[in-house]
Design a protein around this ligand. Sequence first.
Ligand code: MG
Length: 279
Amino acid sequence: MARNILRKSFYKSPAQLRLMIEPGKATGAALAAMKREIKVGMTTLELDAIAEQAIRDLGGEPNFMLEPGYRHTICASVNEHVVHGIPNDRPLEPGDMVSLDVGAIIKGWNGDAAITVVLPDPERPERTERQQKLSQVTHDAMWHGIAQLAHGTHLNEVGDAIAKHVRKVSDFGIVEDYIGHGIGRKMHEAPPVFNYPVNFAGPEIKPGLCVAIEPIISEGRPETIVLDDDWTVAMADGKMSCQWEQTVAVHKDGIWVLTAEDGGAAGLKPFGITPVPIA
Ligand code: MG
């Protein structure tokens, strides 16, 4: 009989949470380096090399490369591409909206995070404004979800918080085909982290919980398709989408955003929450 994997706890010990600090930092450093360097004319393959260097400089290895069949450090999803975009040699243009997703592994433990960057187009200010709003709503929805880990009792309240914010400030869609996840020795592990309300409570929020929170918000309908390269996911209606992601640990003294350079201090400030480093 197969072993019941659900019986294995996904809550981490304090020592295990400490092992997630370094890969979190390397992941955050890769995102920071790309954010610093990205500009019109640059290619996503060049950004891929920048991210790889940042991870290796901190003693890490890009964990996306360990996925069977994938050869890059980042996924770069531009405009109507949602997630899993493959870096390529097309120079970025004004008006591109670029989601950059990256992860690092150090000593067998993983980090996973994503940002979105809007490259303004002075000739299409209305497009730039729409992109900036989509990115802002997604970014803020992610922080609403993260904040819920600081005062919530069950994990699915994260999805409630994300959806409540999106619906309050926009008429955007919430993509349901891809969700957040537990993270540790594996980049993707239990438990699932929904970005929308579901009709069960989910696991308890308590010390040892470590999850990647990654809402994907769409300008139009939330349905997605997979392109012919068998990787890239696009919006079915061809409109734009956006993703932000952080890896967050719940520990006995509070929460700590492992993939944010400031532990989440800036993002959590509007909620009156101060992140606490893992001791
Ligand atoms: Mg992820």
